[in-house]
Write a protein that binds this ligand. Structure first.
Ligand SMILES: [Zn+2]
Length: 253
């Protein structure tokens, strides 16, 4: 057993009061994946740990070896806040949704650098892009891709069965088939129908570099279609996704 302290960069996803003066954090890091960390005394006004116990932020942490299954935060320094005091309620609600979905998909204490960098990208986008729903779609799609549940991006350019390109047609993103299929090739499939425009947006959300994501137009019907298609797809693979979505709806209500 390693008895040394470990220094790492982490994203703080949750912080809740524990005993009288402590904070119990849920953090993710490249090295350890998701884990719980106890910040003793962090609720005291003068605690130096207080500033690193902010949910939806990135910080450098020094963690003690585990005692009784839990590690303690020895020191920490904040790096970046994804949510600012002036952020809207919508930004908070979507940050909570990203955190819930990430933790539902990522088993505790399983290192997965790809998921860490995806979380970092999604939280950065949430801060930059006022269309929080677009950030959610970006995150959902790329999470599914990282977990290997989505067909390759190239397979989203046309029907996987007959090869028809999107123009003028309707499609289904089928989790059962793990494929994008045109309406004719997906009769009887329960996945919601999406327009050609929504199918093209799927491909763009999945493939464009981060700085270009805010330029993807997702409005009106296309935004609704993508939301429903991804909700259906996620729910098929991740039972908890539905609960995360209900949480988001209740926060936005
Ligand atoms: Zn087809």
């Amino acid at each position: 057993m390693d008895i040394r302290n470990q220094s790492l960069e982490a994203i703080i996803l949750k912080a809740r009061g524990y005993r009288e003066q402590d904070q119990l954090l849920t953090v993710v890091s490249v090295e350890n994946g998701p884990e719980s960390v106890l910040a003793r005394g962090a609720r005291k006004a003068e605690s130096p740990l207080r500033s690193v116990c902010q949910p939806y932020s990135r910080a450098c942490l020094l963690l003690t070896p585990a005692k009784g299954g839990l590690r303690f935060l020895a020191e920490g320094s904040p790096r970046e806040s994804y949510i600012l005091p002036e952020s809207s309620l919508s930004a908070f609600a979507y940050a909570a949704y990203l955190a819930e979905l990430l933790l539902a998909a990522w088993p505790p204490q399983k290192p997965a650098p790809e998921l860490y960098y995806l979380a970092q990208a999604a939280f950065s986008l949430l801060k930059l892009d006022e269309d929080h729903a677009r950030t959610a779609r970006f995150f959902e799609l790329r999470l599914l891709a990282s977990l290997g549940w989505l067909p390759p991006a190239d397979a989203l350019r046309s029907c996987s069965c007959c090869g028809q390109a999107p123009a003028g047609r309707r499609f289904r993103l089928s989790p059962q088939q793990g494929a994008l299929l045109c309406e004719a090739c997906s009769q009887g499939d329960g996945a919601p129908l999406i327009s050609a425009g929504a199918a093209l947006s799927l491909h763009r959300l999945l493939t464009l570099p981060l700085p270009r994501i805010p330029a993807i137009r997702l409005r009106g019907a296309v935004a609704d279609e993508l939301e429903q298609a991804l909700e259906y797809y996620l729910r098929y693979h991740l039972e908890y996704a539905a609960k995360a979505k209900r949480l988001l709806a209740s926060l936005l209500a």
